[in-house]
Design a protein around this ligand. Structure first.
Ligand code: MG
Length: 484
């Protein structure tokens, strides 16, 4: 037998052995498929540009009946020729609330190009009213990367800039799984996957916090409305729909997750809750605000002071929780700006925390004049006093030194106060209405952690927290001060 023939026979034998072993392996692993197996639900995917049959259509060009307004019950956005346009004052919330979902939104930046940086074609799609996928006209328009079009605002830069030209229709297809609170109070991260004009720009990135900057709602909840932002730029929208999805994983009582989302998230998240012991003094009605001709009409119920924002079980909001001994680690210069708004003649939020050097964007959402008067007491932080007319451009401020509860007031409206805590590192948070906080991206180790409330007796109480790859937890109980 010639050598070439021997080689052919050997090759055939090898192929036969491989085929048998593959077949064996397959029969070992897979049961024979049957037509009787449960079938995926049949849906109509819809004609191009139309919603699938299992979607909840929020806007199909006819009306805004699926939305409510941010500032008033009726959503006041203009509709023209099947297209809605963000129209001041305020954004719109879907009446229906969603948790895990797929969202489709078509949008177009104004074709009449005005402004630059964050002031050009700015809007946003906020899942649960909390987590923003930024809408911005970034066609040949630069801004900070984690605030550009397609960014999870302030958190995740898009993989590419897939913007079309101003005026051209663009699409977002978003797959969102919300963060969830475990029974032990820690938080299991959710995720965002986003396609912009069909291009993957966010690839299963974690969603861990209480909300992106400027989000109208806060706190980790089971479901929430879809929110479209009005940022003073006439961004147009059409064809908005949502499909509800099954949760990717359930949170078990042991605190362990049954699926893998949390395994992909960053480590070192400190979570916890702050509660208040004792009954705080009653808040007083803000008579000056009620009596003010311009400001009083913004409030249908008399506004009160809100020194103590306390839940039914003592959950305490507006507490600044921070790691101690971490000074000098500020990343404020590259952080997304924090937002301080003047809305309905009050500062929102009243308690804000930022890093040293981090920009604070001060807005005036009111149709009247305010003045922003900052009164630092730490040397190196400069006092500021700037008037802001209706529709004034946003102010941008920052402070180079750490300072707790740096006071902001308005000299036009003497009841208006905000307190901004400036921290020389990124490891801090302000508690939400349910008293919870999340400090992200902490390297594993042992730390001192402290909680500061403007009025509570034990404000500033300090303790130790250990952070491992699974994170760490620290709860605080502050108390109402005695009167003497
Ligand atoms: Mg925005």
């Amino acid at each position: 037998m010639p050598p070439s023939m021997i080689q052919k026979i050997l090759t055939l034998c090898l192929l036969f052995v491989s085929a048998v072993s593959i077949a064996t392996a397959q029969t070992n692993k897979v049961t024979a498929p049957k037509k009787e197996d449960p079938q995926p639900t049949v849906i109509d995917p819809g004609a191009p540009g139309k919603a699938p049959s299992d979607a909840i259509v929020l806007f199909d060009g006819k009306d805004l009946s699926m939305f409510r307004g941010e500032r008033k019950p009726e959503p006041g956005w203009k509709i023209d020729n099947g297209v809605m346009e963000s129209t001041p004052p305020g954004g719109i919330f879907s009446k229906e609330e969603f948790a895990d979902c797929q969202v489709h939104v078509e949008f177009a930046a104004p074709s009449n190009v005005k402004g630059n940086d964050q002031g050009r074609g700015n809007s946003g799609v906020y899942l649960m009213g909390r987590y923003e996928i930024q809408i911005l006209d970034n066609y040949e328009n630069k801004t900070y990367p984690n605030g550009q079009c397609g960014a999870m605002y302030g958190h995740h830069v898009p993989l590419v800039n897939a913007c079309r030209k101003p005026g051209e229709w663009q699409t977002y297809d978003i797959i969102f799984h919300p963060p969830k609170k475990r029974v032990d109070g820690t938080v299991k991260a959710g995720s965002f996957t986003v396609f912009h004009n069909g291009v993957l720009i966010q690839d299963n990135v974690p969603v861990t916090g209480e909300g992106t900057a400027a989000s109208p709602l806060r706190g980790i909840v089971e479901k929430g409305p879809l929110y479209l932002q009005d940022h003073g730029n006439p961004v147009r929208f059409r064809n908005v729909w949502v499909r509800k999805l099954a949760s990717v994983s359930e949170v078990t009582s042991s605190g362990k997750d049954t699926a893998s989302v949390s395994q992909r998230t960053s480590t070192g998240m400190i979570t916890g809750k702050v509660t208040l012991k004792g009954t705080p003094p009653a808040e007083s009605v803000n008579d000056l605000l009620v009596a003010d001709v311009s400001c009083g009409k913004f409030h249908t119920t008399p506004p009160t002071t809100h020194h103590w924002v306390v839940g039914a079980k003592g959950e305490l909001a507006n507490v600044v929780v921070m790691l101690r001994g971490m000074d000098g680690k500020s990343k404020g210069a590259s952080a997304a700006p924090a937002v301080l708004d003047q809305k309905n003649c009050q500062y929102v939020p009243q308690i804000l925390a930022v890093q040293t050097g981090q920009k604070i964007t001060v807005k005036n959402s009111d149709p009247l004049m305010h003045n922003v008067h900052s009164l630092p007491i730490v040397t190196g932080n400069n006092e500021g006093n700037v008037g802001m007319m209706e529709r004034s451009p946003d102010l941008s401020l920052s402070f180079p030194r750490a300072e707790n509860f740096l006071k902001f007031k308005c000299d036009v409206h003497p009841w208006m106060f905000a307190w901004v805590t400036v921290v020389d590192h990124p490891y801090f948070a302000v508690t939400a209405r349910d008293g919870s906080f999340t400090i992200k991206d902490v390297p594993p180790g042992k730390y001192k952690i402290a909680a500061y409330h403007r009025k509570a007796a034990s404000a500033g109480m300090e303790r130790e927290v250990e952070v491992t790859a699974d994170g760490g937890m620290s709860n605080f109980e502050l108390s109402v001060p005695s009167t003497n």
